[in-house]
Design a protein around this ligand. Structure first.
Ligand SMILES: Nc1ncnc2c1ncn2[C@@H]1O[C@H](COP(=O)(O)OP(=O)(O)O)[C@@H](O)[C@H]1O
Ligand SMILES: [Mg+2]
Length: 341
């Protein structure tokens, strides 16, 4: 759904969201990202280790054959680097729709934090979520040589999953809120539920209500403390997409129906609305659901994406190195061998 793509909601809500930069993906980069092979662009691979000065066999033909194998996107890579620098050096990346959460296993410390070009390329190339986003043929953007897709870099933020919430907005009404990570019980949510609800409702009313590109959507937010709410993402809300374990689609519809008075507001309803100071914003609080007790071990959506055996074997040899360092080292060694042959 185009309205939920990052580039359509972010300009409206940038003040309330995490500082981000969207970089258009040109067609040649898109082709590269869609290919199954995992070869990093030249500029994303650290240079081979210094050779001894006696090696005089650096010939142009060797360099040429390396270049032919390794793709290179100097302009795009430079944009990624600039954006990383502007955002403070540590970033979270996604396409204009999805983050590569399934590729966490490949990243340093199993985190999605990127500090280097190769980490960005590796995550984009290793994620099925990203591959799925990039598999559609988009109509716009063709004329500018762009593909219509973007890589979005966001300033890195250490986010505790227990501080994330999903808000369900239907027909411009905040109907329901749930904790975002439904695999765990968080004691603080139980304790602070009134404060949390109040903060999220205020955030929605002040900053989002009727300003979103759609009438029905989800908002993902993080609440770091009293009154400190930040928007992380906007998503579609349809029967198919409403997969949150704490609310089913029919329940959301029932909650919506319960709010809409069958007659044009009764006298009491109108007074209540007037008293709240916003005739268009009903004074109803949304339904807030969270886990009230420890659910035990729960399946995690991304848990089944793991390290392939070959990679696991490779890494068990030198456990102090990250997977990226292993792969970079393997590429370095391969390059070294090509040069020596
Ligand atoms: N700027 C950020 N820094 C660090 N982690 C982030 C950042 N933005 C989002 N996250 C984490 O990544 C998760 C997924 O982000 P999100 O943008 O909602 O992607 P998706 O739509 O693919 O789920 C969030 O729930 C949050 O935990
Ligand atoms: Mg999302």
């Amino acid at each position: 759904m185009e309205e939920c793509s990052f580039t359509s909601w972010y300009p409206r809500f940038s003040r309330h969201s995490v500082e981000s930069i969207a970089i258009p993906i040109q067609n040649d980069v898109l082709t590269y990202l869609r290919e199954g092979t995992l070869i990093l662009p030249k500029e994303a691979v650290p240079p081979p280790r210094q050779r001894s000065s006696s090696s005089s066999d650096w010939s142009d033909s060797d360099a040429d054959s390396d270049e032919a194998e390794q793709p290179s996107f100097p302009a795009f890579s430079a944009q990624l680097k600039d954006a990383m620098n502007q955002l403070g050096g540590e970033v979270f990346i996604k396409t204009n729709w999805s983050a590569p959460k399934d590729a966490k296993w490949i990243a340093t410390n199993k985190s999605l934090k990127c500090r280097r070009l190769e980490e960005i390329y590796l995550l984009l190339k290793s994620s099925d979520f990203v591959a799925n986003d990039l598999s559609y043929q988009l109509e716009d953007g063709q004329s500018s040589g762009g593909s219509g897709y973007y890589v979005v870099l966001k300033q890195w933020k250490d986010i505790h999953p227990g501080t994330e919430y999903r808000c369900f907005v239907i027909q411009n009404q905040l109907i329901a809120i749930s904790q975002r990570d439904c695999t765990s019980y968080y004691e603080h949510i139980q304790k602070l539920k009134f404060e949390i609800l109040d903060d999220l409702v205020q955030f929605y009313r002040r900053n989002i209500h009727k300003k979103a590109p759609l009438e029905t959507y989800t908002l993902d937010v993080v609440r770091e403390g009293r009154g400190r709410v930040t928007l992380l993402d906007v998503g579609p809300l349809t029967e198919r997409s409403a997969k949150t374990p704490l609310f089913t689609w029919p329940e959301l519809q029932e909650l919506l129906a319960a709010r809409s008075p069958p007659q044009p507001a009764s006298a009491g309803g109108a007074e209540a609305a007037a008293a709240s100071g916003a005739a268009e914003t009903p004074a109803f609080d949304p339904e807030f659901r969270f886990l009230g007790e420890d659910p035990g071990l729960q399946p995690n959506q991304c848990q089944h994406f793991g390290v392939p055996f070959e990679v696991s074997d490779l890494c068990s040899m030198q456990e102090s190195m990250s997977i990226i360092e292993h792969i970079t080292e393997a590429v370095r060694q391969q390059n070294g061998r090509t040069e020596e042959s």
